[in-house]
Design a protein around this ligand. Sequence first.
Ligand SMILES: Cc1cc2nc3c(=O)[nH]c(=O)nc-3n(C[C@H](O)[C@H](O)[C@H](O)COP(=O)(O)O)c2cc1C
Length: 199
Amino acid sequence: MADATFPRKPDHPIDDLFLTRWSPRAFTGEQIPVETLMSLFEAARWSPSSYNSQPWRFVWARRGTPIFETFLGLLTGSNPEWCRDAAALVLVASSKTMSVPGKDEPVPSRTHSYDTGAAWMAIALQAHLLGWATHGMIGFDYDRAAAVIGLPAGFHLDAALAIGKQGDPAKLSDGLRSRESPNARKPMAESVFEGRFPG
Ligand SMILES: Cc1cc2nc3c(=O)[nH]c(=O)nc-3n(C[C@H](O)[C@H](O)[C@H](O)COP(=O)(O)O)c2cc1C
């Protein structure tokens, strides 16, 4: 529950869920049960998508397994530092084509990443509801990751994400610790327009 001291304040009323989900970097190192992980992917499964094409694919690795170490080795920048204590790492891909009624062959999908973004947000919110934190990542070696997961032709590698139990910021390096709090947003007037872009 967001109390009066919580730094995020909406300009319009929304459910606390949207405000209190944020992306920490300090994780405890707690293992996530496979069943819990599957609940997160189940939430993603029910996401909307163009023609119900369900273009998302999630390739996961749980902490304590060789593939987790391999995924960790794909991360760049400061990501390997704080992901060491994550419970799971996930690579997220999407199919660039989809089957549509009345066509014999798959057609290009304009919205494969858009749909997959909706699915990742379902994971983030379901995780939050279950007491787990998520953190999206672009900082990894996309080419090596594609090879590691055997990304099939016709698929796009979208992003990665870390899942973990939120931990003590004291364990982070100074630079990361100073950023370890829910951040703000641009005013809505910069992203929401009636009828037409301004200007
Ligand atoms: C697709 C995507 C890629 C991201 N890449 C990284 C990353 O590589 N490293 C990182 O520390 N944070 C990364 N982030 C986290 C964003 O910086 C964060 O979501 C944003 O600042 C909003 O903060 P919040 O998620 O706490 O609300 C990424 C988020 C998304 C959705």
